[in-house]
Ligand binder design. Sequence first.
Ligand code: 3EB
Length: 410
Amino acid sequence: MPPCLMGQQHHTVISMGKVKRLAIMVTPQGGGDFKDEAWEAVSTIRAILRQQDEPMAVTMQTVFVRDREDVATAELLFEACYGEKMPLTLFVVQPPCDGRGLAIEAWAVSTSTAKVEYHNEHLVTVSYDDMRWIYASGGSLHREGRTAYDQSLEAFESMKRALAEGGASFEDVVRVWLYQGCITEEVDGVERYRELNRARTDFFANIAFDHRPIPVGHNGHAIYPASTGIGTRCHGLITACMALQTERKDVALLPLENPLQTSAFEYPKEYSAKSPKFARAMAVRMGDHVTTWISGTASIVNAETVHIGDIEKQTEQTLTNIERLIDAQNFARLGWADAGATLDDLAKIHVYVKHAEDYEKCRAVCERRLGRIPAIYAQADVCRPDLLVEIEGVAFSHLRKPAHFPGGDL
Ligand code: 3EB
């Protein structure tokens, strides 16, 4: 028997009623060229799926690649492996911090209880328990030579078109990912990220996020989807979003703002003439389950970057920001007295590290505070030049008896 080579993998199994979901992170270990590494990563995902006690399918994957030139190779391999059942795939040119050619984050769902529809390369829908999740992408690696504003607007418009093909609208969106090439580069005197913010503001002006069919709590503040905004080593703007539709009466949404941070949409003008329109997190309650999609979070207190030049302290502050964002007191403050999560509830994280040489220090802090949860570390520019790290994640928790905090009852 030839040795069976398995990449290093971590996965979390999330059981929600009859449906089982998997969060998988894979990094190849065997070496070789890019094709070998990609084969190893895909085979590892297949092996994890086969180990489950019911049939599973990958619905969405984010592929972090070191070299943009390798994307075509990975695409061919995925076509051979997945065929008609191609997950919604995002290629993000961000070198994995461990020096490998790629790392893959994949989400899978049990197909005996969930119906997965692979509509086209920009649209996958997943239905179970009277809930419908719509994964849509827009933008491309290859689209260059237009203004940063036009590129951003077009990316939002193409997500909107993909959502429409899936019977959804932008109002249904709960989570957005924006991977912007050369995010801090100035074009005609204006930073790309600022132009992205201007386009997003204009696009969102026509979206009634507060008029979605699912009830959404807000405690008086503006409602936007959760988001990640981060740099990549290519020119395009890679975008994806996740929308939710249901008529269930026990489903509701709560965008979370951070008590330690100024809401991004209220940042003062010096950061961006049009503020970044996103929520710090979006919580979705379904029966007794709460899933909290945590936006890209950084070492920002109020509106200012803190611990300039210190990766360890920035990582600590970022994790503290996440901890405070998802704790029971913050949920209660915003209107859900029976919800709350801790860092132990994180199913997976993405850690974007600005300088490759900071990786070990950053990872040490994350592992000390989070244990060995599924994580991908990739090298990327964060949208402010003084930010050294940004972390996003997803937490799964259960409702409990309403908590009462002094002064926190609403
Ligand atoms: C921050 O807190 C860090 O523009 O969509 C994090 C997550 C950040 C999302 C976005 C930006 C965005 O401002 C940067």
